[in-house]
Design a protein around this ligand. Structure first.
Ligand code: DGL
Length: 277
């Protein structure tokens, strides 16, 4: 039994792979376990209680697999479940474990990208309704105005591998138009859902190239690197065999086929049934 631990990466489905790809490129030495809760994705339209419960079950499963540090590579879970897990669950049940999200690291830097000081945030209904980005960005960049747009059809398009089909065009254009109608001076759009980078080719075809499109992969991976440099005790506990394991609550063959396309490498995942844990 090793006393070194993998880093857990969690998302409701495939989207977290866009963040994991950046993390694995920047920090290839560590061992990682990725868990996609594809059986219950999308999370975005669910109640607070459901998103919290699903996220906690997945985090606890990653803990049971030996992860001491888990990244919620999902904005919806970060918006709805992270704070309760950090404040109520970890201190009581897992005082040595850490769970980090994607909203704080993004809010810390997003204001540096805009010249007009007007940015758009596109996310799931859960993320938008939580107003987490409004609050967090205001803390770091009070001079920046933030306009939010929920895009409830975008995650289903990605989860169902329809994101590059002609059928996706309508919904890509619809939400971009609705966002820019709120304020045409928006010069920076944050893709505040880890599924959305898969739609970038379509988004770019519609957007003026004067608008900067910001995804979260680089932001979250560089923030994790800084976090580990400032938390040496946690860093020393990490296993460094460059081993990557993938798990899904959904169909493993569908996951392998779909996930490999945008992770770059061939993925062989295993199915898990959380109810059996
Ligand atoms: N990738 C998740 C996010 O960043 C998608 C959430 C969902 O399943 O609706 O919000």
């Amino acid at each position: 039994m090793t006393n070194k631990h993998p880093i857990g990466i969690f998302d409701s489905g495939y989207g977290g792979l866009t963040v994991f790809k950046s993390i694995a490129e920047r920090l290839p030495q560590y061992d990682y376990i990725y868990l996609g809760d594809n059986a219950r994705a999308p999370y975005g339209d669910n109640s607070f209680e459901a998103i919290y419960q699903y996220t906690l079950e997945c985090v606890e499963w990653l803990f049971s697999e030996g992860c001491q540090l888990v990244i919620l590579a999902c904005n919806t879970a970060s918006a709805k479940a992270l704070r309760t897990i950090q404040q109520k669950v970890l201190p009581v049940k897992y005082p040595t474990h850490r769970v980090l999200g994607v909203i704080r690291p993004t809010a810390e830097v997003i204001g540096n990208f805009t010249e007009s000081k007007i940015i758009g945030v596109m996310g799931t209904r859960g993320t938008v309704n939580s107003e987490s980005y409004l609050l967090e960005i205001n803390k770091y960049f009070p001079e920046v105005s933030v306009y939010q747009q929920s895009c409830p059809m975008w995650v289903p398009l990605v989860e169902n591998n329809e994101h590059l089909t002609p059928g996706a065009d309508f919904f890509v254009e619809k939400y971009l138009t609705e966002l820019l109608n709120q304020n045409p001076k928006i010069d920076t759009i944050l893709l505040a859902c880890t599924h959305y980078p898969l739609l970038i080719p379509k988004i770019k075809r519609i957007l003026s190239n004067k608008i900067l499109l910001v995804g979260q992969g680089d932001i979250v991976s560089s923030s994790l690197e800084r976090y580990l440099d400032h938390h040496i005790k946690i860093k020393e506990l990490l296993a460094i065999n460059a081993k990557r394991s993938f798990y899904t609550t959904g169909d493993q063959h569908v996951f392998d086929e779909h996930a490999s396309v945008f992770f770059g490498d061939q993925i062989f995942c295993k199915h898990i049934d959380l109810k059996e844990q």
